[in-house]
Design a protein around this ligand. Structure first.
Ligand SMILES: *[C@@H]1O[C@H](CO)[C@@H](O)[C@H](O)[C@H]1NC(C)=O
Ligand SMILES: *[C@@H]1O[C@H](CO)[C@@H](O)[C@H](O)[C@H]1NC(C)=O
Ligand SMILES: *[C@@H]1O[C@H](CO)[C@@H](O)[C@H](O)[C@H]1NC(C)=O
Ligand SMILES: *[C@@H]1O[C@H](CO)[C@@H](O)[C@H](O)[C@H]1NC(C)=O
Ligand SMILES: *[C@@H]1O[C@H](CO)[C@@H](O)[C@H](O)[C@H]1NC(C)=O
Ligand SMILES: *[C@@H]1O[C@H](CO)[C@@H](O)[C@H](O)[C@H]1NC(C)=O
Ligand SMILES: *[C@@H]1O[C@H](CO)[C@@H](O)[C@H](O)[C@H]1NC(C)=O
Ligand SMILES: *[C@@H]1O[C@H](CO)[C@@H](O)[C@H](O)[C@H]1NC(C)=O
Ligand SMILES: *[C@@H]1O[C@H](CO)[C@@H](O)[C@H](O)[C@H]1NC(C)=O
Ligand SMILES: *[C@@H]1O[C@H](CO)[C@@H](O)[C@H](O)[C@H]1NC(C)=O
Ligand SMILES: *[C@@H]1O[C@H](CO)[C@@H](O)[C@H](O)[C@H]1NC(C)=O
Ligand SMILES: *[C@@H]1O[C@H](CO)[C@@H](O)[C@H](O)[C@H]1NC(C)=O
Length: 405
């Protein structure tokens, strides 16, 4: 895709064949020094009104042939602006803000022309419409932001899916800074190869680039109301190609930007969670009087391709119908050799839902809290039995001794 800049015509040809293209832009100041650089892939989804007044979504990829008229490097009282035109009828602008340590995008604006019959063949002709939203990822100053994973930016009627992003604003002296890798791309913590130091008083802090995921509330509704309830924190651990090398990559599912859908019947229930390019589908089944998690299907969209991992033979999260299942501890669900889900703070009820969760049946992993009192109680009871027996034996001996006397 590097060649896109060199030969727009060739790139158009290639992208037409590959259905996937990056665009690359570089904005220079008056003295011909680069101040802004961006290279990324974008999918637009625009909801528009058709000429029969129904809402319809159209999704298309940003073409690689772009112009940047109107972009500028900014000045002391003006924020730098990246304005990208995809032909005459679609454009995208983003201005940037900074302080002494970080910079970030500020306001993102998408402008599109509903009169464009190429984009909206059956659209109501309403001319140019704009949609704006915040785009805020704090990036250390003098570094280049890199993110291969996709991220979703939602605005009114417009959803942008960005991936393979390379971006730097406030480029100093025309020199790009070192890379700043987004959280989603960070590989999982590698076990340290340095010899361990077991004899120090404090354990060496382990590097932990990915935090425990935030748990989110999810639900599925049907005609009669909520029919599946779930609360959980999810982390995907997947073996992906990073720089042509299979690497285990760990990333969290952020409940704030996760959509939940699904379906319920009296014999099966499905919860489908979608975050950016990741879709996780949990399917529950019933055996005897219990429900359980039978199937998980994870789909990762990576650029133009997607890959699914499926396991239809699980038996996790089992509890009796009419109750909910709960597990606070981390559980590892192996979906495939290449993909695991680490689940935290799980509570689910896929059947017989009334408004809120019913009584929880806790997983055995959580039981050690009750186990300790049980062990203590059992040993106390044992002790008492031993004392009583010892006492009885003692009494008997003395009684017997008395009789022989
Ligand atoms: C800016 O630099 C490029 C090469 O880096 C050169 O081709 C171009 O002519 C320069 N433009 C101006 C206005 O100096
Ligand atoms: C279009 O997509 C958005 C976001 O993905 C969704 O909220 C909306 O319901 C969709 N509209 C239609 C008509 O499918
Ligand atoms: C970006 O542009 C919007 C208007 O398009 C403006 O409200 C906002 O203040 C600008 N951001 C910065 C950092 O100047
Ligand atoms: C820059 O902004 C970030 C985030 O808003 C803030 O945490 C940081 O303290 C700011 N730095 C300075 C020097 O103002
Ligand atoms: C960024 O680079 C400029 C010029 O090289 C330097 O003056 C400035 O201190 C740097 N800022 C940070 C936060 O590294
Ligand atoms: C910026 O570039 C100019 C000329 O290329 C050079 O003289 C100057 O030392 C550079 N400044 C920094 C901070 O790198
Ligand atoms: C810890 O190190 C001290 C000396 O530094 C040594 O005397 C002691 O035996 C060590 N303890 C263990 C458990 O290795
Ligand atoms: C991810 O999976 C790999 C391979 O099974 C494993 O070595 C690694 O510890 C896992 N990481 C986490 C944080 O679960
Ligand atoms: C979700 O949003 C809340 C409130 O806007 C925020 O406090 C929280 O940090 C967000 N969580 C994540 C994981 O982004
Ligand atoms: C599921 O519901 C349908 C229609 O309500 C009913 O005919 C069927 O017997 C039910 N199945 C079970 C296993 O309860
Ligand atoms: C798994 O999910 C993908 C994407 O949603 C779908 O295409 C595929 O059919 C699903 N597989 C099964 C067995 O449900
Ligand atoms: C990301 O871009 C690089 C070139 O910049 C390309 O080789 C790679 O295939 C792209 N990855 C995806 C997932 O599109």
């Amino acid at each position: 895709m590097d060649r896109c800049v060199l030969s727009v015509a060739l790139c158009l040809l290639i992208s037409g064949l590959m259905q996937s293209s990056a665009f690359e832009v570089e904005i220079k100041d008056d003295s011909n020094v680069t101040c802004l650089y961006a290279k990324l892939m974008v999918n637009f989804t625009i909801q528009y009104e058709t000429n029969t007044s129904v809402s319809k979504n159209v999704t298309f990829e940003a073409p690689s042939a772009v112009t940047t008229n109107g972009s500028h490097c900014g000045s002391d009282d003006k924020a730098p602006l990246l304005l990208v035109h995809f032909g005459d009828n679609l454009s995208w602008s983003l201005n940037f803000t900074r302080n002494d340590t970080i910079y970030s995008g500020s306001v993102l604006t998408v402008t599109y022309n509903t009169n464009d019959t190429g984009l909206f063949p059956d659209g109501q002709k309403r001319g140019f419409l704009t949609s704006t939203t915040q785009f805020f990822t704090p990036i250390p100053l003098n570094t280049t932001y890199k993110c291969i994973h996709s991220e979703v930016i939602s605005a009114v009627n417009v959803t942008l899916l960005l991936w393979n992003v390379t971006l730097q604003a406030f480029v100093q002296n025309g020199t790009y800074g070192k890379e700043f890798i987004c959280d989603a791309d960070k590989p999982s913590p590698v076990p340290s190869t340095t010899p361990s130091t077991p004899n120090t008083t404090t354990p060496a802090p382990t590097s932990k680039p990915v935090d425990k995921p935030t748990a989110g509330n999810y639900s599925v509704s049907n005609k009669t109301g909520k029919c599946l309830l779930a609360y959980m924190g999810l982390q995907i651990n997947a073996s992906l190609l990073v720089k042509d090398q299979k690497t285990w990559v760990l990333f969290n599912i952020n409940p704030n930007i996760t959509n939940s859908t699904g379906s319920c019947s009296n014999e099966s229930a499905t919860l489908r969670l979608t975050e950016s390019g990741t879709t996780i589908e949990f399917s529950f089944a019933i055996k005897k009087k219990n429900f359980y998690l039978q199937e998980v299907n994870v789909t990762l969209i990576n650029g133009s391709g997607s890959s699914s991992s499926l396991n239809q033979n699980l038996s996790f999260w089992e509890a009796s119908l009419g109750s909910s299942y709960m597990c606070r501890k981390e559980q590892i669900i192996t979906v495939s050799d290449d993909l695991h889900i680490n689940a935290f703070d799980v509570r689910v009820q896929p059947f017989d839902v009334h408004e809120t969760f019913d009584t929880a049946q806790e997983c055995s992993l959580d039981d050690d809290s009750i186990l300790i009192p049980i062990v203590v109680g059992a040993s106390l009871a044992g002790l008492i039995v031993i004392i009583v027996i010892a006492y009885l034996i003692g009494r008997r001996k003395s009684y017997a001794g008395y009789q022989t006397l």
